[in-house]
Ligand binder design. Structure first.
Ligand code: SAH
Length: 387
């Protein structure tokens, strides 16, 4: 018997909306083992499509094809090829970017990032984990990388009953890689850096912010200095703030390597630093707020909103009239309209007039699926303080 699963009526409805995740509670019956490609049928026997099965996750099925026909034997390689072709068409002005973005490239729970001649992948479900050898072979064949690193340390692997490991799957992967993003050169540590090494999803927002940046810049939640270094050439002074000493050391090293001596980096809690800057009467023409996801789940949304409100309120006060605030949220539980509302509240409380210059999302190499709200996680507003 080939592997199969039967959905409840509700599960069938959900699959029909185009959402690729089917939860355990919507699956009536399964005959499959971990990572199998299963034929998925509805309550009345109609074939809904084919999916990868997980015997541990709450997300039991991840659809990979809709309709009666199973995906072809080489669907993984074909989808990787299609993902690569799309990235090539984007004419990205950087040597680091996302090649495969999971569901949005029809390869649920697979991430592949490029850092120059090296690739970093994450296999975040049983189905994709089982296909890693095939994925590595396809990547080697299509891209001829010097090395491929598996950054399989995210906690979601636990939910799948998979080991958390970081290992080279192909070639040698050094702890220091040089990449370029626009005019900025970075040293990246793919073994230990956050995510796969850099926050690649902000690349186009850094480019966009460059169009407005000027005067004194405050880059809050700076990590390796992503916004600070990109905007520094247009600014007279740059203050980058991050709570992590390691991150701050890297900002300093990156600033020196890029001959940007006017970048100052401080290891501080942004909440405290904003208060301190306000107390000392500091002012800025450009401010970037790029905090970590404050709302990791639905329950933490109210607390997250008050966090977003506080930093935006303080930033708007520190901003000179005519200045720009680039404010971001990467919590997918905080929707675009919730984020806009909270920033509007902050402006009202700060008694400032603000216009919305640009409404942005993650870069195009991290595509959003219109039927999968979870894939629209990064919101980036570029605001101008009028008075
Ligand atoms: N702007 C960066 C990415 C920021 S990621 C870029 O463009 O690459 C979020 C960063 O916020 C992390 O580096 C983390 O160390 C830092 N962080 C988290 N909480 C913080 C806090 N309370 N104060 C300062 N930094 C914080």
């Amino acid at each position: 018997m080939s592997p199969s699963a039967t959905l409840s009526r509700r599960g069938e409805e959900r699959a029909r909306t185009g959402h690729p995740w089917i939860y355990r509670s919507d699956v009536d019956d399964v005959s499959a083992v971990s990572g199998d490609l299963v034929r998925v049928t509805g309550a009345r026997g109609r074939v809904v499509g084919h999916a990868m099965f997980s015997d541990r996750s709450e997300i039991t099925l991840r659809m990979v094809a809709l309709g009666p026909d199973p995906p072809g034997a080489s669907f993984v390689r074909e989808r990787i090829e299609a993902a690569l072709r799309f990235r090539e068409s984007l004419a990205i002005d950087a040597t680091a970017y996302r090649l495969v973005h999971g569901e949005a490239d029809r390869l649920p729970s697979l991430i592949v990032d490029r850092y120059g001649d090296y690739l970093v992948l994450q296999a975040l479900s049983q189905g994709i984990d089982r296909r890693v050898p095939e994925i590595v072979a396809a990547l080697v064949d299509l891209l001829h990388p010097k090395g491929i690193l598996a950054r399989n340390d995210p906690r979601v692997r636990q939910l799948e009953g998979l080991e958390q490991t970081v290992e080279a799957l192909y070639g040698d992967v050094p702890e220091r890689l040089e990449i370029r993003e626009g005019a900025v050169r970075y040293e990246v540590d793919p073994w230990h850096g956050q995510k796969t090494g850099l926050f690649l999803d902000q690349r186009e927002n850094r480019e966009a912010a460059l169009r407005y940046a000027r005067g004194r810049l405050l880059d809050a939640f700076s990590y390796n200095g992503g916004f600070a270094l990109a905007l520094a050439p247009k600014c007279t002074s740059v203050l980058a703030v991050d709570i992590s000493e390691d991150a701050v050391a890297r900002i300093r090293a990156n600033a020196a390597a890029n001959a940007l001596p006017h970048v100052e980096a401080r290891a501080m809690n942004v909440f405290d630093e904003l208060r301190e800057l306000e107390r000392t009467g500091a002012r800025f023409e450009t401010i970037v707020l790029d905090p970590p996801a404050f709302a990791k789940n639905k329950a933490s949304v109210p607390k997250a909103l008050s966090g977003y409100k506080e930093i935006n309120l303080r930033a708007l006060k520190l901003l000179e009239p005519g200045g720009f605030l680039v404010t971001c949220s990467c919590s997918y539980n905080v929707t675009e309209s919730m984020f806009l509302d909270i920033v509007a509240d902050a402006a009202a409380d700060a008694r400032v007039e603000v216009s919305l210059v640009e409404k942005r999302a993650q870069g195009r190499d991290h595509p959003i699926l219109i039927n999968v709200p979870e894939t629209y996680y990064l919101k980036c507003l570029i605001l101008r303080k009028l008075a």
